[in-house]
Design a protein around this ligand. Structure first.
Ligand code: SF4
Length: 470
């Protein structure tokens, strides 16, 4: 039996060939869960093309929302040749009935407790339409991901090691707790350490959604990492700043950088989005505390939350520069199916596009509350244009923080964002011509607004000129 496991491409406008950041771990994890026997071929469409004529006995396709249309296209093509298809991942888990129109079976949720049954049912020729395990899997004794089946050389950071799943918070725009639950599930620390040792690499990335969410467990993990002398990056929430002992351990365990959800400077937006860890937190002080421990921060901002007004773009860029974030990601609020905000916007009739390929976090697909979609799109362009301008980069990069490796990573990240911005791969991913036009000036004026906003020195929608920035 030959099993073809595919991760469908998403954000093709971001990455054109070359290396991509990291592999979709669902591929090597699913391969590891496959009982001995089938020949397995993994294809990450972000780094290699899918051969639609490839011979296979079963095709498994994983899809996120933005990649769902492409995943359906691939599925339809294989099924037209009589090859059965099973689909899973974030989007099919959120909208299983939709996915079932393109697949012989849909796996809802995590694969661990279901995959062996799926394979047995397909082998016997009678798969179920849906697989949905009652219980979420424990993360004990999970087999090591089959990284050997990936093109590891096509990733900048191939060594991802998951240590936990789930998040106790329930931010309205986030898919993590709907899919993985609000209860943390941890892998035993010795198993994590064993996997890192087996990698034989000094660099590790932890894709956990919130590695510091349970401080006691985080401490146990970080203490165990110290003897390994690895350097690592991960994701977490800003509440870690309240625990200096934890930050100290993080730094000693080799933490170079953390990706943190700052989300919004607007208190009303944080409250309506239920971004619990940030509510009432002095963001500036929290960031300074983490920086004092030599840990770089990549801040993630979401524009278009319910309290956001057009002046927020200018304030956000000024803030991100003032606190000297190593890098920042500016997304537009995206109501992913399965999230509370999707249900809310759908009920309110505010979703303007159900074309999932636009759900890239760079395209406005809903009607914002306090601004037009056009202003939101232009505001994001403005933020990228200013934050990755040479003067801003110089101010943020020339800081004494962390190690030489931190400086190199910080610089590489900024040049990468700037190159993609200038190449149009960030800014042009916003189809401004499709946005509702501003009240005056029509679409042409709106496109000009978008171009101008992205230029250093340009004017944010509804805000003062860049010269007025504090
Ligand atoms: S804290 Fe982060 S991972 Fe947890 S629900 Fe909020 S956005 Fe998602």
């Amino acid at each position: 039996m030959k099993l073809l496991i595919i991760s469908a491409a998403w954000l093709p406008e971001f990455w054109h060939g070359g290396k991509v950041l990291s592999p979709p771990m669902c591929l090597p994890v699913l391969a590891a869960l496959t009982p001995r026997g089938p020949e397995i071929h993994l294809v990450d469409e972000n780094v290699e093309p899918v051969n639609l004529q490839e011979e296979a006995d079963l095709v498994a396709i994983s899809a996120m929302t933005a990649s769902a249309p492409r995943a359906y296209e691939i599925a339809d093509s294989f099924r037209a040749r009589g090859v059965p298809v099973v689909m899973g991942g974030m989007h099919p888990s959120a909208l299983p009935e939709e996915a079932a129109q393109h697949a012989d079976a849909v796996v809802i949720g995590e694969a661990e407790n279901q995959w062996a049954q799926v394979l047995a049912d397909f082998a016997a020729g009678h798969p179920q339409r849906f697989y949905h395990a009652e219980e979420r899997p424990t993360l004990t004794d999970v087999p090591l991901p089959r990284r050997d089946l990936l093109h590891q050389d096509r990733y900048l950071a191939p060594n991802l090691v998951q240590t936990a799943r789930g998040c106790p918070h329930a931010c309205s725009f986030c898919s993590v707790s709907p899919v993985f639950g609000r209860k943390y599930r941890f892998r035993p620390v010795p198993e994590v350490i064993e996997e890192i040792r087996a990698l034989g690499s000094r660099s590790v990335g932890f894709p956990d959604d919130n590695i510091v969410g349970r401080p006691a467990r985080a401490r146990e993990l970080f203490e165990a990492l110290i003897p390994l002398r690895v350097q690592w990056a991960g994701q977490g929430d800003l509440s870690m700043a309240k625990d200096e002992e934890l930050l100290n351990l993080m730094a000693r365990s080799g933490c170079l950088a953390m990706f943190v959800g700052i989300e919004s400077l607007c208190a009303e937006s944080l409250a309506t989005a239920h971004k619990q860890p940030n509510i009432g937190l002095d963001l500036e002080q929290a960031i300074a505390t983490i920086h004092r421990h030599g840990i770089d921060l990549v801040g993630s901002f979401v524009f278009g939350l319910e309290g956001d007004k057009p002046d927020l773009f200018r304030k956000t860029v000024a803030f991100a520069e003032r606190v000297k974030l190593a890098a920042a990601q500016f997304s537009v609020l995206t109501p992913f199916p399965g999230t509370p905000i999707y249900e809310q916007f759908k009920a309110e009739g505010r979703i303007t596009s159900f074309d999932w390929s636009r759900y890239t976090m760079g395209t406005v697909v809903y009607q914002p509350h306090n601004m037009t979609g056009a202003e939101l799109a232009a505001g994001r362009k403005y933020a990228y244009g200013h934050f990755y301008s040479l003067p801003s980069m110089a101010r943020r990069l020339l800081v004494r923080r962390g190690t030489k490796t931190s400086w190199a990573l910080r610089t590489a990240a900024n040049w990468s964002y700037r190159r993609r911005l200038r190449g149009g791969k960030i800014a042009d991913s916003l189809p401004c011509e499709d946005m509702p036009a501003p009240a005056a000036g029509g679409p042409r004026m709106h496109q000009r607004l978008c171009r101008e906003a992205a230029k250093p020195g340009g004017t944010p929608p509804g805000g003062a000129s860049a010269a007025d920035l504090p």
